[in-house]
Design a protein around this ligand. Structure first.
Ligand SMILES: Nc1ncnc2c1ncn2[C@@H]1O[C@H](COP(=O)(O)OP(=O)(O)OP(=O)(O)O)[C@@H](O)[C@H]1O
Ligand SMILES: [Mg+2]
Length: 222
């Protein structure tokens, strides 16, 4: 395969070829490309350049890929604003109920990214400038993405969790319940247990880590 191999979560082999990336395409790729074309005017999502059944070609987003944990408040707030802008831009697509990797989740409000986290975002001078890895996109309620973002942007650090959760949610403009974060974590734990592709996550003990976060949220409430 020509091009430089980019490393990420390890689920996909992604190659950079000039100003493009070539990555494996699932059956949901046509629907995701429709979403990406719809988001193109924002200039923060990859533009679809081609699809040949097994692979997709997307525009390369310049910048530094983020890592967990992320401690900077500016990056946190700007990421929340970016998620809000992305969600609001999908309102015209919420009637596309099928064709995604995951079934629509009720109540449908927007099209979700599905894995909005520092490792799927590029930063320039500490500010988010793009979001990639849209494989998990599907229609659903805003809190689904907000909960996962709080898990990855905030709860990954033991310090300052309540203040930084508030910061993220105020920037996004929503009220988040601990039960929603718990529901999102329980879904991830189930995925780690069941999904054939999550071998590495099982081996690295991610399940115990997410169970620990649920315990933290329950203890806080008690
Ligand atoms: N459009 C893009 N622009 C720039 N870099 C990209 C783009 N898509 C992917 N990458 C790079 O390739 C790496 C892997 O990409 P991606 O997140 O799509 O796959 P993955 O991390 O293996 O999958 P997953 O996150 O689902 O485990 C990223 O960390 C990033 O460095
Ligand atoms: Mg990824």
């Amino acid at each position: 395969m020509d091009g430089e191999l980019l490393t990420g979560g390890g689920l996909n082999q992604v190659f950079r070829v000039g100003d493009a990336v070539r990555r494996p395409a699932g059956p949901w790729a046509p629907r995701v490309h429709e979403l990406l074309r719809h988001l193109a005017p924002l200039g923060i999502a990859p533009v679809p350049l081609g699809l040949d059944g097994e692979h997709e070609l997307l525009s390369y987003l310049p910048g530094d890929v983020g890592h967990v944990p992320l401690s900077d408040d500016t990056a946190l707030v700007e990421s929340a604003l970016m998620l809000r802008r992305l969600h609001d831009s999908t309102l015209g697509l919420v009637d596309r109920r099928d064709g995604w990797q995951h079934p629509a989740r009720e109540p449908v409000e927007v099209v979700l990214h599905g894995d909005f986290a520092p490792y799927n975002i590029v930063f320039t001078d500490g500010r988010p400038t793009g979001v990639f890895d849209w494989d998990s996109a599907h229609p659903g309620p805003r809190w689904w993405d907000v909960s996962w973002a709080v898990v990855q942007f905030v709860l990954a650090l033991p310090d300052d969790r309540e203040r930084r959760t508030r910061l993220f949610c105020e920037a996004y403009g929503c009220v988040l319940e601990d039960d929603q974060v718990i529901a999102r974590l329980e879904d991830m734990i189930q995925t780690i247990r069941d999904h054939p592709a999550f071998v590495l996550q099982r081996a690295e003990g991610h399940e115990a880590y997410y169970v620990g976060l649920i315990r933290y949220l329950q203890a806080k409430r008690a």
